[in-house]
Design a protein around this ligand. Sequence first.
Ligand code: TYD
Ligand code: MG
Length: 456
Amino acid sequence: MAKAKTTAFFCKECGYESAKWMGQCPACGEWNTLVEEPVAPKSGSSSQARRPGPLIKSKPALLSEISIEEKDRVTTGYQELDRVLGGGVVSGSLVLVGGDPGIGKSTLLLQVCRNLSATGQKVLYISGEESLKQIKLRANRVGQVTGDLKFLCETSLDHIQEIISGEKPDIVIIDSIQTMYREEISSAPGSVSQVRESTNLLMQIAKGEGITIFIVGHVTKEGVVAGPRVLEHMVDTVLYFEGDRHASYRILRGVKNRFGSTNEIGVFEMREQGLVEVENPSEFMLSGRPEGASGAVVACAMEGTRPILLEVQALVTQSNLGIPRRTAAGTDYNRVNLLMAVLEKRCHYEMSRYDAYVNIAGGMRMNEPALDLSIIMALVSSLKDRPVDEKTIVFGEVGLSGEVRAVSMAQQRVNEAVKLGFEACVLPKICLDKMKKNDQIRLIGVSNVREAMGIL
Ligand code: TYD
Ligand code: MG
C-alpha cells in the first residue's frame, strides 16, 4: 500500500501547494519561494474548518428580503481609520493590518482598543510578541484606558479559542498572526500552513460568533505579509500601514475591502504619546516649504476621493559625466526620464547635458500621472533658475507629444487649492472647459507643455 504523503511544498509568497520542489512558483512566478512543510491533516474537522460561518442550513433569499442594518458598523474613534474601513468596522469581520515591523501597528490597534472599550465594547487584546509588562508600558504612553479592555499573552490558538468562547468579547486583536500556532499542525509558527490554518480558525470564530477580529501581519522584505497572499484571500479587509520610518507620518491604505471602496487612505502622525490623526494632510505635507526657491512646484494628487497637495522638487545641474545622473525619490524613475525626453524633444531644452534629481518633499510616494505637469514645471524652473509663484498649484498628465491631458476629479483638486489659500491653478485646458467658474482662484488652462512653460 502506498504511504500517505506527510509533507508538501508551499510557496512562501502565494501559498501555492505542490507535490515536488520547483525553482519557480507556477502560480505567482516568484523564484526560490517553495519550502517543504508538513501537510495539514485532511480530516473531517479540517474541512469543516474551511467553511466560514456557523454550520446552519442556509436557504436562498430574494434581495428584497435581505436587510442591511447600518448599526452593524462600529466607529473606531478615528475618522481616518473609519474612512479606510468604509465608514466604521463591520461587526463580525476579519481585518488584516499589515506593515513593516516597528511602523506602529500595535500602537494603532491598542489605541483603537482603548476607544472601543470606552464606548462600551468588550475588547480582548492577544499578544504573542510582547509581555503584559511591555503592553502596559505602551498603554501608559498612549493615555488612559477605561472600560472593558483585557490583555492576554498567548500563542496557542486552540487555547485562545477556548478563552474567546468563555469571555465572549466583541472585538479581538491578534498581534501577530506569525506568532500563532495550532497544535494539530506540526510546522513552525509563521510557516505557510500554520498561518493559513490559524486564519481559517479565526475566520470561523469571527463569522460563527459575530466577533470582529483584527489580525496583525508583518510584512517581509519583499513587501508582502509572510505567508500571506493566502491570508489576503481569506480575510474581509486588508489594510497596510506604511510610511518612512524616519518621517513621523504614517499612511493607512485599504488594499482590499469587502465592505467599502479600497482606494481610501488615512493619515496619522507618530508622536511621543502615540498616533495622532492628521485631518489635513495637505497642510502637513506643505509645512516648511522654502520661499522663492526655484525648482519647487505644488502639485495636487488624489488618494482615493481625497486630494492631497504636495511639493514636487527638482534640481537640475550641469553634468560632468558622459551619462547624466538622474534620480527620482517618491515618484517613478522611468516616468521622470520620459518627461525629460518630452522636454528635450518638444521644448528643445538640452536635458541630456544636465543631471536631474526629482523629489516629492515629505517622503510621500506618489505615482499619479497628474503629477507629470508639476514635475516638468519643476525641472524647467530649476533649469532656468526661475521660481514658480508660491501661490500657484499645477496638475495635469503629459503625453508623449507634449500635450497636456485631462485628469480625473479636477474640481476637487481646485477646491483643495482654494481651501489652502492658493491663488492660481495651472490645469489641463480640457478640464477647465468643463469646470464651473470660480472667482476665488485664477484658473489657467494649458493644452501643451510649451504653453505651460510660457507661464514660468
Ligand atoms: P509598534 O506599534 O510597536 O510597531 P509594530 O507593532 O508595527 O511593530 O511601534 C513601535 C514604534 O513606535 C517604536 O519605534 C516607538 C514608536 N512609538 C512612538 O514614537 N510613540 C509612542 O507613543 C509609541 C507607543 C511608540
Ligand atoms: Mg507590534
